[in-house]
Design a protein around this ligand. Structure first.
Ligand SMILES: Cc1ncc(COP(=O)(O)O)c(C=O)c1O
Length: 424
């Protein structure tokens, strides 16, 4: 069932003139969405990369129910609660070493805003007001003003340009170019003191599922350390197992100064985000001088129900079969991607852990490639939710996905290449 074009709802990243009707979802379970009239759709992108274990994981649902019956919401300035305290400690046990403080917010974008404010606040409070932020070409860090500023510029933010601040942008470390990236960062640090470098570690998501090697991240961190710049790791997409390891930084052996987590933090059940930082950053704000306060809040900071869901998520990570499922999904992708490497309708077949991507050969590659909406429609007609980034098809299902479900997804991708793709 679809909602009519007369609905008053304005949907995100949606051109209503081209897509007036929305599919109404009434239920979800595991890797499946169910419409109000009973149609089942396979959620091959984890509902925008948030659902990790599967929709409505019983442990998370139970935790939400129990917490809702106890404490629904409380102001988080001057007050605290057990679910947030437990979650903060639980996170510090599993994130890369060196992080010691946890600031709560509500979305990936706000976790990035908090990270940028922490970095600039740090430099101001230590009396060395560095202003320069450095970011990677093709990066995506959310749709708030700070997130857009550090993200790639393009059709998505052209209208909001007057709001955006300048950053130094490093060339993407494509194969053969990684030394250029590191050299550009070193040059930026030498030209003007850098406050922070923000990166999506190991894979740029919305920028087109672009992979780069661990060694680049290691070298960028080394340059940060040499020049005292803070390293902000935006693991909003890469966190919670997506790259095969719990966190991409951990996989690369890199310890950031600031870490952003959201999406899979609650297993994908409720909106919640955290920005973690090292003692150095917290200490710079820790003062009897009230002007050194970290001035950031949102009404729902550390909502208890969302924290309870995140605590249940951590329990699943500790005691559920998550590593096994991630290993199986990683292998499942690899097996099914292999034939596409010989298929002339596709190129750049790639994988990092549970994330698989490949590009359909078209003359107008890129986010606005004409084939994007056609592909999406093609998959939906086969009851599969895939949302290609232009001509890049990626598969990022919840970890409960079965081999048979993966077969459905890859079968449809093969068919789409034949029906819609060109050739290289
Ligand atoms: C790396 C990264 N950072 C930030 C964000 C923004 O997160 P949210 O949509 O929860 O605001 C995203 C969203 O996809 C992301 O991939």
């Amino acid at each position: 069932m679809t909602s009519p074009a007369t609905s008053p709802v304005w949907h995100p990243f949606t051109q209503h003139a081209l897509q007036p009707n929305m599919i109404e979802i009434a239920r979800a379970e595991g890797a499946w969405l169910e419409t109000s009239d009973g149609r089942r759709i396979l959620d091959a992108i984890s509902s925008w990369w948030v659902v990790t274990h599967g929709h409505r994981h019983p442990r998370i649902v139970a935790a939400i129910e129990a917490q809702a019956a106890q404490l629904d919401q409380v102001i988080f300035a001057g007050f605290t609660h057990e679910p947030a305290e437990r979650l903060a400690r639980g996170l510090l046990d599993i994130v890369p070493p060196g992080l010691a403080h946890v600031f709560f917010s509500d979305s990936g974008s706000t976790s990035v805003e908090v990270a940028l404010k922490m970095a600039l606040g740090y430099w101001r409070n230590v009396g060395e007001p560095r202003r320069r932020i450095v970011a990677l070409e093709h990066g995506y860090h959310g749709d708030t003003v700070g997130g857009m500023s550090v993200g790639a510029r393009g059709v998505f933010n052209a209208a909001y340009e007057p709001l955006l601040f300048d950053v130094v942008r490093l060339p993407f470390p494509a194969p053969g170019l990684k030394q250029e990236t590191v050299a550009a960062f070193r040059a930026a640090c030498e030209a003007e003191p850098v406050a922070a470098l923000i990166v999506e570690p190991l894979i740029l998501g919305a920028g087109g599922m672009l992979l780069y090697p661990e060694s680049v991240l290691v070298e960028l961190q080394r340059v940060c350390a040499e020049h005292g710049a803070l390293l902000i790791a935006d693991e909003v997409m890469t966190g919670w197992g997506r790259t095969g390891a719990l966190f991409a930084c951990g996989k690369a052996g890199v310890a950031p100064d600031i870490l952003c987590l959201a999406k899979g933090l609650t297993g994908g059940s409720l909106p919640l985000a955290v920005t973690l930082c090292t003692p150095r950053i917290f200490e710079a704000h820790h003062s009897t001088d009230r002007s050194k306060t970290f001035f950031h809040s949102s009404s729902y900071t550390a909502n208890p129900i969302a924290c309870a869901a995140a605590n249940a998520n951590l329990e699943i990570w500790h005691s559920g079969p998550v590593a096994e499922r991630i290993a199986a999904l990683t292998q499942g992708h690899a097996d099914r991607l292999a034939p596409f490497r010989q298929n002339h309708r596709f190129t750049n077949v790639r994988q990092l852990g549970t994330i698989a991507a490949l590009d359909v050969c078209v003359p107008d590659a890129g986010y606005l490639a004409g084939i994007g909406p056609k592909l999406q429609q093609f998959f939906l007609e086969r009851d599969i939710l895939l949302r290609p980034l232009g001509n890049t098809i990626y598969v990022m299902p919840p970890y409960c996905v079965t081999p048979a479900e993966l077969d459905l997804i890859y079968g449809a991708i093969g068919e789409a290449g034949g029906a819609l793709g060109g050739s290289s």
